[in-house]
Design a protein around this ligand. Structure first.
Ligand SMILES: [Zn+2]
Length: 307
């Protein structure tokens, strides 16, 4: 019976903010069962709390921003992905600025820090959201579906008009090991043509080749190149794991995403929560033995996206 988990002891680290360019302190603390993921702005005297949940998403344009009562915390997506990927249900995250440090642009530094202190089981069983019927959202040619499945899988496809990225697809059978080995190292990416635009908006002040895979029209500009040939689609999966985690509990279902991004991923989460007949909240001990989950027949290929 899977129990809820937290980190075994406090983690203190610091890094640069992607958009502010400032040095930011990050402290992660163990939390009790059923706390969820709580951000605290430690730079504000009243130390406001912002819970990681879809109701608190206030902006998705250049990073995911959560907000509550006028206080925001931005660039949360890679840390949220790490917590979901390592199955950390409860944690307090204190941040000394308006954004979580970008680290190297991937989830790997967070994974390393959490593995260094270890995780601790709590005295409460973990609950899951099991998808019972297909749920689909689209935006033009972008699609994001959740289908019934006996475990959590992600099939993600992207298509860019850039020869380095072009079309990429990746199927992740989600587990702590696959997250760590296949996804957590994939870095965020950007295009050199967009840098001026972002800088004019006062954004990306901390962006550098140390934390972004940068592309021009023909090649990767980072000296060491890519960590994987398909690092781009792997990073989109990393982002999606963080986005989808804002539903509040791990999902039992299959996420199919084609050209999706933060905004559509959140739309999918909201759509799920608005249709109570299409999901149920279960514990694995209740589901064991009784589960007759129907696999969606065409779920494992791109055709499924045309359902
Ligand atoms: Zn990202």
């Amino acid at each position: 019976m899977p129990l809820q988990r937290t980190i075994a002891s406090e983690i203190i680290c610091s890094g640069i903010g992607l958009h502010t360019g400032k040095k930011i302190d990050l402290v992660m603390k163990p939390a009790e069962a059923n706390t969820g993921i709580i951000f605290i702005r430690s730079d504000i005297p009243s130390r406001p709390e912002i819970k990681a949940c879809v109701e608190n998403v206030v902006d998705t344009s250049y990073a995911t921003t959560l907000g509550k009562d006028g206080h925001n915390i931005s660039t949360v997506e890679h840390l949220l992905a790490t917590l979901a990927g390592l199955k950390i249900d409860n944690i307090i995250v204190e941040v000394s600025s308006i954004e979580v440090p970008i680290m190297d642009g991937s989830a790997a530094p967070f994974v390393h820090l959490i593995k260094t202190v270890g995780v601790k089981n709590l005295d409460a069983e973990r609950e899951y959201i099991r998808i019972k019927k297909p749920i689909k959202v689209t935006d033009g040619d972008k699609k994001a579906f959740l289908l019934p499945s006996k475990d959590f899988r992600i099939l993600y496809s992207i298509e860019f008009d850039n020869p380095v990225i072009s079309s990429q697809s990746y199927l992740l059978k989600s587990s702590i090991e696959t997250f760590e080995n296949e996804i957590s190292n994939a870095r965020t990416f950007g295009f050199i043509d967009d840098v001026d635009k972002l800088k004019k908006l006062g954004l990306a002040k901390g962006g550098s080749l140390d934390n972004v895979v940068m592309l021009d029209n023909y090649r990767v500009l980072n000296e060491d190149g890519l960590r994987y040939k398909d690092e781009f689609v792997r990073h989109k999966i990393l982002d999606a794991i963080g986005d989808i985690s804002l539903i509040g509990k791990p999902i039992i279902g299959h996420l199919l995403a084609d050209k999706s991004g933060h905004a559509l991923n959140y739309k999918l989460v909201k759509e799920v929560l608005s249709q109570e007949d299409k999901f149920e909240i279960v514990t694995l001990s209740k589901l064991d033995g009784k589960s007759k989950v129907k696999q969606y027949p065409k779920y494992n290929n791109r055709l499924a996206l045309n359902l």
